[in-house]
Design a protein. Structure first.
Length: 115
């Protein structure tokens, strides 16, 4: 079992920044990758950024150049630095961990960007 706890969401004006954190605990030794997904009202959940155990990152086109995913292995924590935020970034952001045979999700954290 893996437990994921997100933090760092909130309300910010357009152009502002936020940093999300996802702390992992439990059986984390075999995780292949971790990532951030988001779901806006009335829309499907979509990938935002992922990072593999080897540090390879991938981003959605809509956030490239604005968001940065990183991890601190000593703290078992993944971060999402979000800069130049837009109202379209408003969503619930979820942390996801991928093990060989299972996916784990955090409870989500709300990010609201006002215009």
């Amino acid at each position: 079992q893996v437990q994921l706890v997100e933090s760092g969401g909130g309300l910010v004006q357009a152009g502002g920044s936020l940093r999300l954190s996802c702390a992992a605990s439990g059986s984390i030794f075999n995780l292949n990758s971790m990532g951030w997904y988001r779901q806006a009202p009335g829309k499907q959940r979509e990938p935002v950024a992922t990072i593999t155990s080897g540090g390879v990152t991938n981003y959605a086109d809509s956030v490239k150049g604005r968001f940065t995913i990183s991890k601190d292995n000593a703290k078992n924590t993944v971060y999402l630095q979000m800069n130049s935020l837009k109202p379209d970034d408003t969503a619930v952001y979820y942390c996801r961990a991928m093990a060989p045979n299972r996916l784990y999700w955090g409870q989500g954290t709300q990010v609201t960007v006002s215009s």
